[in-house]
Design a binder for this molecule. Structure first.
Ligand SMILES: C[S@@+](CC[C@H](N)C(=O)[O-])C[C@H]1O[C@@H](n2cnc3c(N)ncnc32)[C@H](O)[C@@H]1O
Length: 226
């Protein structure tokens, strides 16, 4: 795979998973309508969405159950998804079309670079980071997307009052996320430690895997006070 994506940290391996013919068709037919090309320059999301609705970011949406369900349930919000895995983009494009969803845009690129280059500070009302790649081996912890620098970036992109919601079944990553978010002095943990699972969140592919393995899931939610 090329080094097309490059970031501060190699938080992912670009998998060359098979793109099905239906995903290929969706990538060909719908990308122009729903995908935003990566840009080194900041973009105006208000212009992209052509309205002033609040913007929710979903980082690493995978096969997309959650981003699709959330967008359908929240038509008054704009939803921006970032994902590097092509088959996942094709899958979500198919579901956007099938459900006639108007409030999603997708960026097929490394989330670190999208956040640092394209998104303006205080432009998001909510960030979702569900089941980020856990890199469970100790020698790979440095590859985790949410490190101290990423914690600062997430904080800067949220508007005041904005929230970040994460879930993971990896205890050490959960502790790391809480630790780096707690370092931002105006980020407040909305729970004493971990929270409970929100009943309105649909079960994603990776959450289902965690359920199947009877793994404990750690729910994290922080709000930006100022
Ligand atoms: C474990 S999966 C979870 C997917 C989904 N959120 C779920 O709950 O089923 C993590 C996803 O994050 C994506 N990902 C990992 N690092 C990324 C990055 N730096 N930028 C964008 N996407 C990334 C991967 O391609 C993968 O689809």
């Amino acid at each position: 795979m090329s080094n097309f994506f490059s970031s501060n940290v190699k938080s992912f391996v670009v998998r060359s998973g098979r793109v099905t013919s239906s995903q290929k068709k969706a990538l060909r037919d719908y990308s122009d309508f729903f995908c935003i090309p990566f840009s080194e320059k900041e973009v105006s999301l208000k212009e992209v969405f052509e309205n002033n609705n609040p913007i929710v970011l979903d980082i690493g949406f995978g096969m997309g159950n959650e981003i699709i369900d959330f967008s359908i349930k929240n038509p008054e919000k704009n939803v921006l998804g970032i994902e590097i895995y092509k088959p996942a983009i094709g899958n979500v494009l198919n579901n956007i079309q099938k459900n006639n969803i108007k409030n999603i845009k997708i960026i097929n690129y490394d989330a670190y670079l999208v956040l640092t280059k394209m998104l303006t500070d205080e432009s998001l009302c909510e960030i979702h980071l569900y089941f980020p790649d856990p890199w469970p081996k100790k020698k790979h912890h440095k590859r985790r997307l949410v490190n101290a620098e990423f914690g600062r970036i997430l904080y800067s992109k949220l508007e005041i009052g904005g929230k970040i919601k994460c879930a993971t079944d990896n205890k050490s990553y959960a502790d790391q996320i809480v630790e780096v978010l707690s370092e931002q002095k105006c980020f407040q943990n909305m729970n004493a430690g971990y929270g409970s699972r929100p009943t309105d969140r649909v079960i994603s592919k990776f959450e289902q895997k965690a359920f199947d393995n009877a793994s404990k899931i750690y729910e994290i939610s922080f709000a930006k006070l100022n």
